[in-house]
Design a protein around this ligand. Structure first.
Ligand code: DGL
Length: 273
């Protein structure tokens, strides 16, 4: 048994969709969440910058004595997998578990991927999918504006700007006849109802947070690393704007945030690491 917390991080608020899933799968585990709200978005940045941010984010979580790290960010998972592999605690990104679920789900071998520009450019999801099953037809589209729409709370199913943006980004994927779509960015589950409506009910949407939470539970279980005394406490850290965090976090978590939210400026993150 291991009663240390699980660390979860994202460039901002998107990772909270994964945290929500993790709390459903492992309700007794304590969790430390870090959202790098001072430096979001990651998806438009260079590989080197994303890798450096990943090292700093993980150093902050390790300083909180976490037993496992989840990179709840499609961009980090796609671009900085090797940084995660080097950590002194077990860690996972969202790519492998999500790809495995997508391959298990598709019937017609046609899979779509949506993510940030950095995620799509890295082709990490494609490589993971093709490593499991080589004869897939894959269509990937970068949807950078989705992140801003979600961070601004423009997620209403009737919002005309969001509906039109979804339609425009997904046109190629729709035309490709996919039956499975990977939501390759942890912000995107909040747009799932609009995406589902646009593509039709026959398309399965794969939520990367859910699959990653299940993998974390499995890996901790295998190494006798689950907690036996914890109560499912959450600590939240952000690198900017703690005041606004609780309000917007409610949308992502589907519950009100009563916990204290602490701000950790990037300079301190470096010292801590
Ligand atoms: N949540 C991040 C991801 O999953 C996207 C936001 C960003 O660009 O930082 O890729």
């Amino acid at each position: 048994m291991d009663n240390r917390p699980i660390g979860v991080f994202d460039s901002g608020l998107g990772g909270l969709t994964a945290l929500r899933q993790l709390q459903q799968v492992l309700p007794n585990e304590d969790i430390v969440y870090f959202g790098d709200t001072g430096r979001v978005p990651y998806g438009t940045r260079s590989k080197e910058t994303i890798r450096r941010y990943t090292r700093e984010d993980c150093a902050l979580l390790l300083n909180e004595n976490v037993k496992y790290i989840i990179a709840a960010c499609g961009t980090v998972s796609s671009v900085a997998q090797d940084e995660l592999a080097r950590l002194p605690v077990p860690a996972t990104g969202v790519v492998q578990p999500t790809a495995a679920k997508a391959v298990a789900t598709t019937q017609n071998g046609r899979i779509g991927i949506i993510g940030t520009a950095a995620t799509v450019q890295s082709a990490a999801f494609e490589k993971a999918l093709l490593a499991i099953q080589p004869n897939l037809h894959i269509t990937a589209t970068a949807c950078p504006l989705f992140v801003s729409l979600v961070e601004n709370g423009w997620i209403d199913e009737e919002d005309p700007v969001t509906v039109l943006t979804v339609r425009r980004y997904l046109a190629q994927i729709k035309q490709a006849g996919v039956d499975t779509l990977i939501l390759g960015c942890t912000h995107f589950p909040l747009l799932a109802p609009i995406i589902q409506k646009e593509l039709g009910d026959h398309v399965h949407l794969i939520d990367s947070g859910r699959e990653t939470a299940l993998l974390c539970a499995q890996q901790l279980g295998e190494r006798d690393g689950l907690a036996d005394k914890n109560t499912g406490r959450c600590s939240f850290y952000v690198s900017d704007r703690a005041e606004g965090f609780s309000r917007v976090a409610e949308i992502f978590l589907g519950r009100s945030v009563q916990e204290n939210v602490q701000t950790v400026p990037p300079e301190r993150m470096k010292q801590k690491g």
